[in-house]
Write a protein that binds this ligand. Sequence first.
Ligand SMILES: Nc1ncnc2c1ncn2[C@@H]1O[C@H](COP(=O)(O)OP(=O)(O)O)[C@@H](O)[C@H]1O
Ligand SMILES: [Mg+2]
Length: 257
Amino acid sequence: MLKIEELDKTFPGRTEPVVESFRLDVRRGEFVTLIGPSGCGKTTVLRMVAGLLEQSSGRIFVDGKPSVGPSRDKAVVFQHFNLLPWRTALTNVAYGLEIQGVPKEQRLETARKHLASVGLETHGGHYPGQMSGGQRQRVGIARALAIEPKLLLMDEPFGSLDALTREHLQGQLQRLCAERDLTVLFVTHSIDEAIYLSDRIVVMGVKPGRIIAEFPVTLRKPRGDYNFRAEPEYARIREEIWTLLDQQLVRADLAVS
Ligand SMILES: Nc1ncnc2c1ncn2[C@@H]1O[C@H](COP(=O)(O)OP(=O)(O)O)[C@@H](O)[C@H]1O
Ligand SMILES: [Mg+2]
């Protein structure tokens, strides 16, 4: 569903690339997570895939077609909710469909269905300012799903939420992914979150940002239904990723001093 070939990014006025030779294939229905130290280029990769930032070189394909610029087959959920404050939850969710020219009754109907799928059917008339962070992020997810994208891109979507809300939303996301066979490229700092959600975890290193390791996660799903953290596979992946990230943090520090 997503194919990234040899992606490089050097920002104007810089000599060092931020991202170098980034290559990744994501299968239909697969949940792939990028994890790596702060500043390694995760957001940069995601923005290039979303078509919000132009790469210096390399190619991106979605469902076999070259992907250039933003398009309706890709939806993005950021850490900060980016909801329109003057619109209700329902009309925020309908926003993407409105841009696509979907007639009013039809888009509100679709938006209601997606709000319900994140458990907010009774909050359609609320404005973002009247909702909690977790509710706002669920509206953001419903808005992304409402356009029925081929690819869902998520950049630390739960990063600013408290731990309990975060766990709750991880569970909801896992359920949505299973129900709809979503293809997701997800970014997080949390190894635990990565293992809980992913079919595969891609570890990025720093200077330049590049892939240094990949871990398939074969733990049975849904992982909320049993204590997956007690499984040997969980402990092994956690330990290996932790060691890699620790080495990268040392590298990043050395590179600054
Ligand atoms: N628009 C920009 N211009 C110049 N440098 C940038 C720009 N955006 C990001 N960077 C730099 O690129 C690097 C990677 O950033 P980012 O992709 O946000 O990292 P991450 O999401 O992994 O924390 C950082 O060093 C950051 O300062
Ligand atoms: Mg980032």
